[in-house]
Design a protein around this ligand. Sequence first.
Ligand SMILES: *Cc1c(COP(=O)(O)O)cnc(C)c1O
Length: 398
Amino acid sequence: MTSSLMNVYARAPIAFDRGEGAWLYPVDGGEPYLDCVAGVATNALGHCHPVLVAALEAQAAKLWHISNMFEMPGQSALAERLTTASFADTVFFTNSGTEAVECAIKVARRYHAARGEPQRQTVIGFSGAFHGRTYGAMNAAGNPAHLDGFGDRLPGFVHFAVDNWPALALAIADPATAAVVVEPVQGEGGARAMTETFLDKLRAACTAHGVLLIYDEVQTGMGRTGKLFAHQWYPNATPDIMALAKALGSGFPVGACLATAEAASGMVPGVHGTTAGGNPLAMAVAIAAFDEIAKPETLTHAREVAQHLRAGLDRLAATHPGVIAEIRGKGLLVGVRLVPNNRAFMAAAREQRLLVAGGGDNCVRLLPPLTLTVAEADQILDRLDTACHAMTNVQVAA
Ligand SMILES: *Cc1c(COP(=O)(O)O)cnc(C)c1O
């Protein structure tokens, strides 16, 4: 079935033809699956949210794409919302998260070049990071599994462990450093939240040395952690530049790079662009998604259901110490670090009609829609409990 597709995904052997809220209906019929992947933290409002369907249908009958050669009222409207709700003054729209990260890196280097410091090029990244699969983004993350076999590493990227502050501080003070890029909660790395102490120190050091701080909130942004942006949990560690995507379109491909006016001061006509990024169809859906996600009641609900889920997961971890090693993450970006292999656990969860995402450090991630109900959270816990028992039995039998 997949023979004419490039062989780059280890796909689970299920196909779906319909989704509603947190539920996915398989093509072969049968019981629906409870979806804690949500298109990898993308379907923040669940599948086929009626407001998004209406926005898409209305725009589809009017205008899809015109290119950035013309005025884009939809872009202005969404940029206005994003800047009003954040530290940023200015926005560039992309099609994906990796492009939003590319833009962030370009904004940072251009800032220094325009100020007469073109030697400031180095971008500092962290072990366990993920920023996407284009060359700049994967060099910023520095994961050898993603870089090997694709030629020489790009110059101008260095990496540190999050807990190696002395080395990191020296690198930030280096006059060739342009920016630091970090996920406030590492997503693909296994739902690892940065501490407030660390981000505060990072912010202070960047400010002291004229280095720009970039947050990759592609996964954490748009309500995932229970605030509109994850860094809003850390009031003294505001970035200069931020990358968004995933839930920004809540299932429609769109990303954004946000920046302060100061950080974006090097960006002038001709230095950056995209053909389809921010087209009217994407903007119509993203505006509708923004207005739903940014509602105080949506974010309050996400925090409450996340708390309920977390309490239940902590109980499960206590009940199944041979299966669950640790619960971590923030809000509805939940990491379950496992004792047995995480891929085996994903299969055991699928047996219970529960879909979970993989993650680094032998984790599975639970990334349900922000609209998950408390009753659905209880179903997640029940299904995980059964999967844990199944894993325990397998281990006992072996
Ligand atoms: C998913 C992700 C990306 C890449 O987004 P794409 O839309 O797949 O290009 C970048 N950064 C983080 C933190 C992500 O989770």
